[in-house]
Design a protein around this ligand. Structure first.
Ligand code: UTP
Length: 318
């Protein structure tokens, strides 16, 4: 039975997961395999997100999919025949692995016919939210933010300060051009929240030139947006890259007086959206894996030692 919003642990019933992008940074793999299904060790990014959403207390994953990315939703299917075959062979642990995604949360899909941008994708989720859902929770499946309780912290901030709450992390000045960047101001310390981690947002700019960036605090893929984001998304024009940018709709809301705060994340974050972030994520998770960890550790050390010896030799011979 579905719960009303007030009885949900963090007031979030639906988590929106945009998964309709082209994944161009992972071509040629993404010709046939959606980026969101690429595994971290053995588990697709989108299942890690389903786990985080379930831990938050959400009941439904609204997955925004593209017409040619049907496999993303298939991952949340039942796979009865596979489970039966595995069970008949005594592979109970594998049966659990197959069944897990569908048991974590109910996934529903909304089709984005064309990749018109993250803002456009999020706007489509309005169709599946219930009338009593006043918050639009968004988790990007190519962004791993660990530990997985950051959305719960953001929900606490929203409860205390109202408005919308986003997750931020610090990058170096040279990296800001890849992200939505925050213009921030400190807030008074009279709330029960750790003020050093919570800041008020004065403005937001998508992928600025480093010289124009208002700070080095950038958006991680976790958003708790007021439902009025849908109205803002209808009013923005295509921005950076010709796409409808979620950042531009948030900026519009801020400029019209809507309160927006960030929680500065102090844990880990992995960008699964490109090989330079995806491979370290696999190494990080792989090293901690109870079964594969020791072998990965040994192999990684050897690979690094060989690589450094090679680089050293090259440097000498040059
Ligand atoms: P990204 O920009 O990281 O994904 O969007 P992308 O567009 O697939 O990647 P590249 O740049 O081509 O390599 C963040 C998330 O938003 C989704 C993506 O699927 C990803 O999960 N997205 C992006 C959409 O759902 N629709 C869009 O139009 C754009």
């Amino acid at each position: 039975m579905q719960k009303s919003n007030e009885t949900l642990a963090n007031g979030v019933k639906t988590v929106v997961v945009p998964a309709a992008g082209m994944g161009t940074r992972f071509l040629p793999a993404t010709k046939t395999v959606p980026k969101e299904l690429l595994p971290v060790v053995d588990t697709p990014g989108i299942e890690l997100i389903a786990e985080e959403a379930s831990q938050l207390g959400a009941e439904r994953l609204a997955v925004i999919t593209a017409p040619d990315k049907g496999e993303v939703m298939r991952h949340f299917g039942a796979f009865d025949e596979l489970c039966e075959t595995l069970a008949a062979r005594g592979k109970d642990e594998q049966v659990q692995k197959v069944a897990r995604a569908s048991q974590l949360i109910t996934a529903v899909s909304v089709t984005q016919d064309k990749p018109l941008g993250l803002g456009h994708a999020v706007g489509l989720a309005e169709a599946v939210l219930d009338d009593d859902e006043d918050v639009v929770a968004v988790m990007l499946p190519d962004d791993l933010v660990l530990p997985g309780d950051v959305m719960a912290k953001m929900a606490q901030v929203r409860q205390e300060l109202g408005g919308s709450v986003l997750c931020a992390f610090e990058v170096s000045p040279e990296e800001v051009f890849n992200y939505g960047v925050f213009d921030i101001e400190e807030i008074p310390t009279d709330s029960s929240l750790p003020s050093s981690a919570v800041k008020r947002v004065r403005g937001m700019v998508e992928k600025p030139d480093p010289a124009d960036a208002p700070s080095t605090l950038v958006a991680a893929g976790r958003y708790l947006l007021d439902r009025e984001i849908f109205e803002a998304l209808r009013r923005i024009k295509p921005g950076k890259g010709g796409e409808l940018q979620l950042t531009d709709a948030i900026e519009l809301m801020i400029q019209e007086g809507h309160p927006v705060h960030i929680v500065v994340h102090s844990g880990k974050r992995h960008d699964l959206g490109n090989p330079a972030g995806y491979i370290p994520a696999n190494l990080d998770f792989g090293l901690r894996h109870p079964q594969y960890g020791p072998a990965i550790y040994k192999a990684a050390k050897q690979i690094l030692a060989d690589f450094e010896a090679e680089s050293h030799n090259t440097a000498i011979s040059e």
